[in-house]
Design a protein around this ligand. Structure first.
Ligand code: FMN
Ligand code: SF4
Ligand code: SF4
Length: 404
């Protein structure tokens, strides 16, 4: 079984990387992550010359929605990050350490000089933060102005981004990873540009920017405790999986099979791990799940991944990677089976949930008895998902349904 992943000259023992964030900002966290078998950790973002947006953290975990949100977050300055890197060397053991950096000046040379300092301090790779939507990108998206262009702001400016990658690639000998934002609407193109400019690996999705579920009776209030206003917020966790999978899929399609892709966004278990790999990821940045559950759950996940790969008759991550690609049909080439809903009336309690499906003309309830007219059923299957009693099933009635 081979779970190893190559990023330039660096080989990770498995695909699991603690994503940059609040669980990678102390030596003790590094020790715990290493002890649980994480292959790498991306240290918390450092901003040079100084973190121009940095607050004590205020988070919300919307458990029911599987959504994590935040705006206020503490960043590091370069000296803090360099100290953390140096002090973590022993605690990290076999685990690789990545420096997640952004430079807030305008000259690409500043990026090169910054990356060099982290290389000299012992970083195994440099992660260029073209992804954080929570600093200058947030300021501009909120309608305010700033002269800064870091994180996702840079990730939406392809010219500057490629100059930065070129500059850093010529300044350091360790691999460069470009952590990208899909906020530009063209994350696959951004990935191709970064690889052409010298990055050894690319990946998305960090956080998406959105507005959390606020209280309509108190819109001036905040959903964040100990934070007075609402703010455009970073979304992560299981909720962003479908978007994150699409980003990985599109990046892989665009750049071909050779380059290394790191996926991220809502990975928390075997299924979400394998989904990312099958969409095209070689490795994974995981953050929210480490915030909620720490690090010690990884060994079990690694076992499960090995079992899954073995059961599939394969020997490594690479063998199951991209499996989704042959099965993803373009919208115009779908094969749709003819069929209809079958109601098992003995299971129906007459709760009425299916009676009001707005797009369905087939379900009626004469005398309170749920009835389906097969001639009016379009086969959409919404009733199957709505019925709390599992009284519906879809049955295939034959050959493929033709286009209308
Ligand atoms: C509180 C928090 C802070 C984060 N800080 C950083 C950061 O400093 N640098 C970075 O590249 N990504 C940062 N991220 C993004 C994560 O590393 C990760 O890519 C993203 O949250 C999606 O993965 P997840 O759903 O597993 O959290 C942060 C995420 C969270 C939730
Ligand atoms: S499959 Fe769609 S159209 Fe048919 S009964 Fe169910 S909800 Fe109505
Ligand atoms: S949703 Fe299910 S249980 Fe409720 S009325 Fe419809 S078939 Fe019966």
């Amino acid at each position: 079984m081979d779970l190893s992943v190559r990023i330039g000259d660096l080989v990770l023992s498995n695909p699991f990387i603690v994503g940059s964030g609040p669980t990678v900002r102390s030596v003790e966290q590094i020790r715990l992550a290493s002890g649980s078998g994480w292959a790498a950790a991306s240290l918390k973002l450092s901003i040079d010359p100084a973190p121009y947006v940095s607050f004590p953290p205020r988070y919300r975990w919307w458990k029911k929605a599987g959504l994590h949100t935040f705006t206020a977050e503490r960043r590091q300055n370069t000296d803090q990050a360099l100290s953390l890197l140096e002090e973590s060397r022993e605690a990290s053991g076999a685990m690789s350490l990545f420096a997640n950096i952004t430079y807030s000046g305008v000259d690409p040379e500043g990026w090169g000089a910054l990356a060099k300092r982290f290389e000299e301090a012992g970083a195994d790779a440099i992660e260029l933060n073209f992804c954080c939507p929570n600093m200058s990108f947030n300021i501009q998206a909120s309608g305010a102005t700033t002269t800064k262009a870091t994180g996702a702001s840079l990730g939406t400016d392809f010219n500057r981004m490629s100059l930065v990658v070129e500059e850093v690639a010529s300044s350091v000998g360790i691999p460069l990873i470009a952590k990208l934002t899909p906020e530009n609407g063209a994350v696959a193109e951004a990935a191709a540009i970064c690889l052409a400019s010298g990055a050894a690996a690319v990946g998305s999705t960090a956080n998406r920017l959105g507005i959390p579920d606020f209280d309509i009776h108190a819109p001036a209030g905040s959903v964040f405790r100990l934070q007075r206003q609402l703010s455009l917020s970073c979304l992560s966790g299981p909720w962003i999986r479908p978007l994150a999978l699409k980003d990985t899929y599109q990046i892989r399609r665009r750049i071909g099979s050779d380059a290394t892709v790191i996926g991220s966004g809502g990975v928390s278990d075997l299924s979400s791990t394998v989904q990312q790999i099958m969409a095209g990821a070689d490795a994974l940045w995981i953050c929210t799940e480490t915030m909620l559950r720490g690090f010690a759950w990884l060994p079990r996940l690694i076992e499960e991944l090995e079992e899954f790969i073995e059961d599939a008759g394969c020997r490594g991550v690479r063998d199951i990677r991209d499996r989704l690609h042959d099965h993803m049909a373009p919208a115009a080439e779908l094969s749709i089976d003819a069929g209809r809903a079958q109601l098992y009336i003995d299971k129906c309690t007459g709760c009425g949930a299916c009676w009001t499906i707005g797009h369905c003309l087939a379900i009626s309830h004469p005398d309170g008895i749920t009835t389906v007219d097969p001639g009016l059923c379009t086969g959409c299957s919404t009733c199957v998902d709505i019925c709390p009693r599992r009284a519906f099933e879809m049955i295939r009635t034959g050959c493929q349904a033709g286009p209308e």
